[in-house]
Design a protein around this ligand. Sequence first.
Ligand code: RRO
Length: 311
Amino acid sequence: MADLTTIFCGISFPHPLILPSGIAQTIPGEHEVAIRMGAGGITTKSLTMKPRVGNPPPRLIKVIHEGMGVMNSVGLKGPGIDEGAKLLSPFIQNSPVPVIVSIFSTTVSDFAEMTKKLIPVHPHAIELNLSCPNVDSEFGKPLGMGVQSSAAAVEAVKKISGGVPVLAKLTPNIPDIAGVAKACESAGADGIVAINTVGPGMCIDIETKKPKLGAKMGGVSGKIIKPIAVRCVWEIFEAVKIPIIGMGGVSSVEDVVEMMMAGATLVGVGSITYYKGMKVFGELRDGLLKYVTEHHLKSPKELVGVAHENL
Ligand code: RRO
C-alpha cells in the first residue's frame, strides 16, 4: 500500500500538500480550517517586527479570467512578532501537522531578532520571506532580490536557530532565482520555498476607471503563474541539494505531480483555496494517493525531480 508520508528537513509530514504563507491571514483562523480540511502542513502569514495595518483595501481580488488567478497587496497586515508569538504558541502545540512560521524583514538584524523571539514557541521550521513584492515603496527591494543580501539573512538566522530548520522563500521576479537559491544553501539554508507571487501586476476596473487593488499594484498568483513556478523549481533543483517546497498555481493532482517532477518535495496549495475552499486539500491528498497507487509507486518521493532524469 502506498504511503504519502513525506520527510522534509527531518520533519515528518502526513502528505506533501501544505498551506503556503499568506493564504490564511490571522492566527489561528483559517490556518485551523486548512488543517481540519486535510492540509499536510501549515505555513503561517509572515510576521513582521512591529504590528502592521497593511495596505489600503481591497487587498485581495479574484480577477484574472474565470478562476485563472488572484492578485493581492496585503502589505504584511499582522500583529507583529511579540503578539504573533503569543498566538502561535498554543496553535503550534495543538497542531496535528507541522507548522512552518514565516517572518519578513528587509534588515538582517530584524530577521535575527525575530528568530530569537520565535525559538521559545517551537516552530517546526522558520521561513525567511525574502520576497514580498508589495512593500517596496516603504522598505525598498526585498533582500531576496540580491545574492549577498539573501545569504546574509540566512547566515544570521542560522547562527541562532539551533536545530530549527531555516527555509528561504524566494522571488521569481529576478533573472537568476537559482543563483539566489545556491547562495542561500551555501549560507546554511535547510530548504528553499519557491515561488512568491509574480509581478507586481495591475488590474483596472473599466467601469470605475480605477485600479482594482487599494494599493494599485499587487503580487499575481494562481493558475496563470504555474509555468513560471515550475520553471523556477526546475532551475533551483538543478542548482542545489537541499529540498524544495514548490508552489505557484497548483490546482489539480496533475499540477502536484508536475511540481514534484520538477523537483519539489513538498507542494504548496494556495490560491485555488479561494475558489474551491480548504476542502481542496482533502481532494488533492486523495487524488495523489490514487495517482501514486495506480502508478505502482511506494511513495510520492519517487516523483521528486524525475523529469530531470528523462532528458
Ligand atoms: O502581505 C503581502 O502583501 C504579501 C506578502 Br508578505 C508576500 O510575501 N507575498 C505577497 O504576494 N503578498
